[in-house]
Design a protein around this ligand. Structure first.
Ligand code: ADP
Ligand code: MG
Length: 489
């Protein structure tokens, strides 16, 4: 699908108001009735319909035809748009480059600020591959009929943000957290390989100890990573040291299943080292003795995070969700497979209008009872870019294909997972500034300089890499920097 980024940049202030009204209405409605959107937006009826049409055309919202009433739901693209607009207004990001990762539950892009400093944008996609699971596992949703991908994705980002900040402030090797909005996190771009791509290391024993020490250090601070594996451990190019990422599933050492999570983290590393490096050690940390060691309990980061505003209830909701998706996994950790599954569940562009069939079919409660309109809790906030506390029960949306999301965002078409783009279009600055006009992109001079630096850097790195991680090339190399080439063309 050809992207028309310019089109999406020029969203008018009225269209933006309508888009925000759909988001607000989603708080209580899986499908937001057009009448309610009009009410919340405070605009004239005729005008709103026109704006709804144009937003739907850009895939920021999708029309859903229900038996009782017609309405709209926010799409992934629309939610992405709102989050990125907020980040852009705060000057956290200015332009968006290539996609460097598609996880089961996130999309990762390289972004840059106005000075051209590259960072990572992680868009949480909880619920993307787990709609069936959500439907069968709704304890945390109480009486709600369906979980909300928006709500879960935002919780995932908020939790990850809270932990990343605390860990970074306490000197743990994690990327520097930069900003968070809705379901998105902006963080430092690490010049590093995922451990999974490393086939040889100079001293497996040393790396093994470093990783086990990290598990122990986490535990001494009251924390367990909960997904400490070769995908979430990056090895820095410059120092060869480990950097840990991906925190939505972190738990406290006082969690009822703490020991089980701890052992699983330890076991993941042992298994990986055995298989990949044929390295095995009789020495590995044990939960109880680790907690009794001197140094344990000096910091209680779990308590600090709990005090940071991420409520216990939210923590629980997210935890149950994550666990429920794990239970339903088929044991495969292959990221490509999750994409295929995603494709299976997505509906074609043409189906877009009825893409919310799940809501249309199964949403008898919220929609029909509340169709009359409950604007009281949905008034538009002063600053429209503020996150208006996302819905708990809006419609899970399996129909938003990745391409449509990225189109709506004004991002480049992502390359297939694990492949580098063969063609990179010109830079895609976001244009959410006060006038919503197109911002000047990076000057030709800067682009040239970057390209020169990049090629020098690449040459230097390939020499270094050949010496240090020989064999890693044989595997598919999806390292971050390689994908940013041409970012500034
Ligand atoms: P998920 O929750 O989908 O597993 P992750 O946070 O683990 O998402 O990120 C997925 C992949 O994106 C990682 O394996 C890594 O290759 C890349 N990545 C994520 N964050 C960064 C970062 N800060 N710097 C460099 N690469 C990153
Ligand atoms: Mg991960």
């Amino acid at each position: 699908m050809k992207l028309d980024v310019n089109d999406i940049r020029y969203i008018t202030s009225e269209e933006f108001r309508v888009l925000t009204a759909v988001e607000m209405g989603s708080k209580n409605h899986e499908v937001v009735p057009s009448s309610l959107i009009t009410q919340i937006s405070g605009l004239r009826n005729g005008g709103v319909n026109k704006h709804l049409g144009s937003l739907a055309k850009r895939n920021l919202i999708a029309r859903v035809q229900n038996t009782k009433y017609d309405g709209y739901r926010l799409t992934y693209g629309g939610y992405d748009y709102l989050a990125m607009r907020a980040l852009s207004k705060r000057n956290s990001i200015h332009s968006v480059g290539n996609q460097i990762g598609v996880g089961k539950e996130s999309d990762i892009y390289v972004v840059a600020d106005e000075e051209g400093k590259q960072m990572v944008l992680k868009l949480h996609r909880l619920g993307r591959t787990s709609f069936r699971t959500i439907k069968t596992n709704r304890d945390y949703m109480g009486k709600r009929k369906s979980a909300s991908w928006m709500y879960m994705s935002r919780l995932g980002a908020q939790k990850e943000w809270a932990f990343m900040k605390i860990l970074y402030e306490h000197g743990f090797p994690v990327p520097k957290p930069i900003d968070q909005a809705r379901h998105c996190i902006v963080m430092e771009l690490m010049d590093a390989f995922p451990l999974r791509q490393i086939n040889e290391v100079a001293s497996p024993g040393q790396l093994y100890s470093e990783l086990m020490d990290l598990i122990v250090r986490f535990a001494h601070s009251g924390l367990i990573h909960g997904d400490f594996n070769e995908f979430n451990i990056l090895i820095r190019e410059d120092t060869g040291k480990a950097v840990v990422i991906d925190f939505p599933q972190m738990v406290s050492t006082s969690h009822e299943n703490a020991e089980w999570y701890f052992n699983r983290d330890v076991e993941c590393i042992r298994t990986f080292f055995r298989r990949r490096f044929r390295y095995e050690s009789a020495i590995y940390p044990k939960f109880r003795s680790t907690l009794n060691e001197p140094g344990a309990g000096d910091f209680q980061l779990d308590v600090i995070v709990a005090a940071s505003g991420f409520s216990k209830q939210e923590m629980k909701a997210l935890e149950e969700y994550i666990e429920s998706t794990r239970e339903n996994e088929d044991g495969s950790d292959d990221e490509e497979e999750s994409e295929e599954e995603d494709e299976d569940e997505s509906v074609s562009e043409e189906d877009g209008e009825t893409g919310g069939s799940e809501a249309a079919d199964g949403s008898d409660r919220t929609d029909r009872e509340e169709a009359a309109g409950d604007v009281s809790s949905s008034s538009i906030p002063q600053d429209l870019d503020e996150d208006p506390q996302v819905p708990r029960s809006s419609c899970p949306s399996p129909s938003d294909s990745l391409v449509r999301q990225t189109a709506a965002l004004g991002l480049r078409t992502p390359s297939p997972p694990g492949k580098h783009p063969t063609h990179v279009s010109r830079p895609q600055p976001l244009a959410f500034d006060k006038t919503d006009s197109l911002k000047e992109t990076v000057s030709a001079e800067v682009s040239k300089r970057r390209a020169r630096e990049e090629s020098k850097h690449h040459a230097r790195r390939s020499t270094k890499r050949m010496g240090r991680a020989r064999g890693s090339k044989a595997k598919q190399d999806t390292r971050v920097k390689a994908d940013t080439s041409g970012f500034w063309d």
